[in-house]
Design a protein around this ligand. Sequence first.
Ligand code: FMN
Length: 188
Amino acid sequence: MTALIPLPAAMVSCQKNADKPNIITISWIGIICSEPPMLSISIRKNRFSHQIIKESGEFVVNMTTRKLAEATDICGATSGRDTDKFTLTGLTPAPSSRVKAPLIAECPINLECQTRTVLALGSHDMFVAEIVATHVDEEILDDQGKIDIEKLDPLVYCTKARQYWAGLTQLVGEYGYTSVGVKSRKKS
Ligand SMILES: Cc1cc2nc3c(=O)[nH]c(=O)nc-3n(C[C@H](O)[C@H](O)[C@H](O)COP(=O)(O)O)c2cc1C
């Protein structure tokens, strides 16, 4: 059972040629390599976005927040076959720097991706992609330039309960705060 909880609820924007851009909500997502920076998203073959991303070889992962919960749900409950999701949600497409697909201006973090490999796993195809550009809104940074989790206020998806949650407010520790084995864990 796929009970890995919570997962991000990302909005992935994509576009093929001069067609209208589309957005799909994705939770089957993860960082899979640091150098080069890479992530994977898994998409069912029948999604409209599957076809777009398969053909274009590009997409943008846009991180969601509590404020963007409604738009996130809409993009996961409607298909670009029948609707223009940018118009429906009021989200703003903005030019990306390295890929043709637009990024979503309202999302505080945008990861521009180029597909390197597609793995047919079963119900889903996994798009293994390199992150070729990253945008982080200054508004979510603290005074040392680090991402401030409370300012970000990320939205997560709890897969088996099928619920969206937000509210990460209690810092438990920082990486290596136990000082146990810190040296051997430094390069991750
Ligand atoms: C929170 C959430 C997470 C989702 N995660 C995935 C996913 O990882 N992979 C997938 O294929 N569909 C996922 N879906 C379903 C698609 O977002 C949904 O089928 C969408 O309508 C497809 O849009 P499209 O036809 O425009 O591509 C998710 C839906 C929601 C609401």
